[in-house]
Design a protein around this ligand. Structure first.
Ligand code: AMP
Length: 609
């Protein structure tokens, strides 16, 4: 990256005196021209018919739709993946080459006895091996489960163990730092593949092999395993409020949503180069950072380096990115940096900017119109929905601050929810525009999750009859646009990432000095929310409090990793609780935001402070 950065700095200096560039953008007619009309006539069957299906009518396979069908077509020699490494190194793969690499990985799995239905995880940065593994796993009929490389050992353990993962693809460094401390407990794991050419020493139950050596020994021909549209394809973990992460199960049928949203929301058109900045460790980085663009046979740009404003602008310019999918946290960081984009960069190839993951403030849209020459199109979805559900579309006027309108084929509603004792959940659509309630989606779209792993009860409870209850609060205006209000539960969204308070609290409680812990999302101008912990100590720490907190901070970071560990701590004497002893995180949040005073009875419950 250093090399690239130096080059960029020089270039920026030279350009600084130029007048704002006349960014002549090539106009393209969007795939979706008349939202209302298309919505009326849309049928999922028609979208599904645009996929190929496995040869000989042998079902549907996401890996085949993303790779092999293009490798067998006129797109064979077209760019599938352009990878830019942290050191500026580049690698490109055509659809034909991607097919060969993913075949090798599928053969490698087959030789190791990994079959249909077995779970294969990746824990790496954004390197080509991750993409070969994900797509090769799908072609082998196995289940792909991405893990985020900035997790600490404990979140990694929870996910690998719960997912009963048999294979883990990782680097030697991540293996040493994050996997060895939990290896003994990973009873289902059989094979670890190290991506950087090294071989480890086999452990009791796990064989450790070199990724590239096995890849080079494997054949580059492979017949995609027959999979039914309802066979499991992807396993994503997402956070809950009351327990450890939930495994969200998706099937091959999800390809229909990936494809459809790529066409009508992201507006993929032949010859486009697309860049999704999300890490595949999160669902956006898989559905849209890997699958959707490849299903359209366009070029997918992968950048290994993390956020850096001039690097990012430089990439948009130099690579001639046409469609860019990013997140509000990144946009807010760009807004803070004093770069006159229009003077310094030629972004005339950029046609569309999309955003997801958190509320996108109206200021961000105005900033983007002024500085990038177009509005950012916000869209909304969740791990459970598998793909975009509510969106701003290239052909539809943008209302800054709104998530847009439901995808054609998706019926959304704002519900008034009641939970009468022992009678489950009751919902009634809110009639008045502007009145908020819980956002619900009528079940049955192709990428709807099919289960929470090993938790039927929780799955059942997330539906009210035919409505999937999203856990988000929203309202709908009189023109049918949806507006995000907040979460209906305690889940934290920090820098676009879901963090479950329970998972963090459990880790903090393992520290010998912590008696009780409660974790909330504290509003933060950059990250949306930051993770804040309130802790009750076992003994009064007195003057040692600062030292103790430092120790706790280090402990939490080591266990949970930097994406999940609290950024702020506060020592309290007592936590607010309900009569049944449940911690009232909402009340802590209100106190934090100054809406509630401490040392006061809260709804007649145990006083706080
Ligand atoms: P995840 O399952 O990690 O993708 O997170 C999904 C959650 O992120 C949603 O339930 C929302 O709370 C939040 N979210 C996603 N997109 C948006 C958006 N455009 N505006 C506001 N919140 C969003």
């Amino acid at each position: 990256m250093d090399g690239m950065m130096k080059q960029k700095t020089k270039k920026r200096g030279k350009k600084a005196a130029l007048e704002p560039r006349k960014q002549k953008r090539k106009q393209r007619t969007p795939n979706l021209q008349d939202y209302e009309q298309f919505r009326r006539s849309f049928r999922w069957e028609d979208a599904a018919a645009e996929l190929s299906g496995l040869p000989g009518n042998k079902g549907l396979n996401i890996g085949y739709e993303a790779v092999d069908r293009h490798a067998e077509s006129h797109l064979k020699e077209s760019l599938a993946i352009r990878w830019i490494g942290e050191d500026g190194k580049r690698k490109e793969f055509t659809y034909q080459q991607l097919s060969e690499q993913t075949n090798r990985f599928a053969n490698l799995l087959r030789s190791a006895g990994i079959r249909k239905g077995d779970v294969v995880c990746t824990l790496t940065g954004r390197i080509p091996e991750l993409y070969f593994s994900a797509l090769g796993t799908l072609k082998n009929g196995s289940i792909y489960c991405p893990l985020f490389s900035i997790y600490g050992p404990e979140p990694i353990y929870q996910r690998l163990h719960k997912g009963k993962a048999k294979v883990l693809v990782t680097s030697s460094e991540l293996y040493k730092k994050k996997v060895t401390p939990i290896l003994d407990r990973l009873v289902h794991l059989k094979l670890i593949l190290l991506t950087d050419g090294l071989t480890g020493v086999d452990q009791n139950h796990v064989v450790i092999k070199c990724f590239s050596r096995l890849m080079s020994e494997a054949s580059e021909s492979f017949e995609v395993v027959e999979t039914d549209a309802e066979d499991q394809a992807l396993l994503h973990f997402t956070s809950g409020t009351t327990g450890m992460p939930k495994g969200v199960v998706h099937v091959h049928q999800a390809a229909v949503t990936h494809y459809m949203t790529g066409k009508y929301v992201l507006d993929f058109q032949p010859g486009d180069l697309f860049w999704c900045t999300a890490d595949p460790g999160w669902v956006t980085g898989t559905s849209y950072g890997i699958l959707s663009p490849l299903m359209h046979g366009i070029g997918n740009l992968i950048v290994e380096a993390d956020f850096d404003a001039s690097l990012w602008y430089g990439i948009l310019e130099k690579e001639k990115v046409n469609i860019w999918y990013t997140a509000p946290t990144a946009i807010r960081r760009l807004m803070r940096i004093n770069i006159d984009v229009r003077k310094e960069y030629d972004l005339s190839e950029l046609r569309l900017i999309h955003s997801v993951g958190e509320p996108l403030n109206p200021e961000a849209i105005r900033w983007s119109e002024k500085n990038l020459g177009m509005p950012i199109l916000d869209n909304w979805w969740q791990t459970e929905t598998g793909g975009i559900m509510i969106a701003n579309y290239p052909g539809l006027p943008v209302k800054p601050g709104s998530m847009g309108k439901p995808l054609p084929g998706i019926e959304a509603a704002v519900m008034e929810v009641s939970r009468p004792e022992g009678k489950g959940i009751r919902v009634k659509p809110v009639k008045t525009p502007g009145e908020s309630g819980e956002l619900a989606l009528k079940s049955g779209w192709p990428s709807m999750f099919r289960a929470y792993l090993d938790d039927e009860e929780r799955y059942k409870n997330s539906f009210a009859g035919e409505w999937y209850m999203t856990g988000d609060l929203a309202y709908r205006d009189d023109e049918g646009y949806y507006w995000f209000v907040g979460r209906a539960d305690d889940i934290i969204k920090t820098a676009g990432h879901m963090v479950g308070p329970f998972e963090v609290e459990s880790a903090l409680l393992e520290h010998p000095n912590v008696a009780e812990a409660a974790v909330i999302g504290k509003p933060d101008p950059m990250m949306g929310e930051l993770v804040k912990a309130f802790v009750v100590l076992r003994e009064k720490a007195g003057e040692n409090e600062e030292e103790l907190l430092m120790d706790l901070k280090g402990f939490a970071r080591k266990k949970l990793g930097s994406a999940v560990a609290p950024r702020e701590y506060e020592v309290v004497e007592e936590l607010p609780k309900t009569r049944s002893g449940k911690i009232m995180r909402r009340c802590l949040r209100d106190i934090e935001m100054g809406k509630l005073k401490t040392k006061k009875k809260v709804d007649g419950e145990i006083p706080y402070g």
